[in-house]
Design a protein around this ligand. Structure first.
Ligand SMILES: [Zn+2]
Length: 85
C-alpha cells in the first residue's frame, strides 16, 4: 500500500488549506476542516473510481469483444441458440 502521487498532492493541498485557515480559525477547527475536506475528497474520488470501474472495468467479452452489460455479453449470452439448454 503506497501513497499515490495524487494522494500526496491532495494531502499537500489540505495542509496548505489548514495553514491558510489558521489566521481565521482556532488551530483545532482548521485541522477539523482540513480533515473533513480530505475525507470528503477521498470519498468522492472513491465513488468516482467505482463508477468508472462500473463503466470501463466491466470490460469486454473475451469471445466477441462486445461491451459487457450486467456481467453478460449482449451477443454471446443471448439465450437464442436452440442447442443451449
Ligand atoms: Zn461476446
Amino acid at each position: 500500500m503506497g501513497f499515490e502521487r495524487r494522494e500526496i498532492l491532495l494531502i499537500l493541498g489540505v495542509v496548505f488549506l489548514m495553514v491558510g485557515l489558521l489566521p481565521f480559525l482556532a488551530p483545532v477547527y482548521s485541522v477539523i476542516v482540513a480533515v473533513a475536506v480530505f475525507l470528503g475528497i477521498k470519498v468522492v474520488v472513491k465513488k468516482r473510481k467505482k463508477q468508472l470501474q462500473k463503466i470501463v472495468g466491466a470490460g469486454v467479452c473475451a469471445v466477441c469483444g462486445s461491451k459487457i452489460d450486467n456481467n453478460k455479453c449482449p451477443k454471446c449470452d443471448l439465450p437464442s441458440g436452440p442447442e443451449k439448454g
